[in-house]
Design a protein around this ligand. Sequence first.
Ligand code: MG
Length: 268
Amino acid sequence: MKHFALCNKKLNTIMKKILTICFGFAILSSHAQKESVFKKDFTKPEATEVWEPKPKIVTPGMGTAPPSDAIVLFDGKSMDKWVMAKDESPSRWVLDKGVMTVKLGEGELQTKQKFGDCQLHVEFKIPADAKNSANRNNAGNSGVFLQERYEVQIFNSYQNETPLYANGQTGSIYKQVIPMANASSKPGEWDAFDIYYTAPRFRDNGSLEKPAFITLVHNGVLTLHHFEIHGTIQYIGIPKYELHDKASVRLQGHGSAVSFRNIWIREI
Ligand code: MG
């Protein structure tokens, strides 16, 4: 017992010495850093060169193919990454020839995985027989919901021929903003969205600290530039924020057999 107490005492002394040495090094290193900043000669180009950390290496995809670090959400082969939004059952949308299509009456599809800040690539096709009608039935109504709440609208908007409010056409954040340009393809042809999204931040008490922001490139055209999202999409009424965490990407099924292909996401 006495021997054990002696060992313990020795161990404590050694630990104290190690901590003192580490503390000393930390102070010295912090002093060194401060000194190096103060001693920088800003008349020299080296003074403003930052060498570390190096950014991670990502191999770009060819054309619209996913980059090496992307999570492929739909590659044309399987809908395994998706579930029905209403009950999280396996996807009942139609998978055919590398394309997945809204199955009428089945509602929305969402990713199993939850996301926050992201870069998202989605390709979609409004059916060739979509009507130029403000009536939602078969007018190409769908949408990409970020975090299950913030809809980037999809609707037949080709050449502005559809009689529809401008803040409800393709590329709008539904009923919040009119896109800066209409780059919509003809129904029956493919469109691409490239979305750059910053999720909202909430305080511990659930109040909004910072809203969500979105930049949208539609068929290569910048149509939303760092737009501040006003809150959860409302068909009637004013949008407002509700506390939430990471959430799914959701694709809207809304009375029109809109198709999707090549969907990938990068968490940022
Ligand atoms: Mg919609």
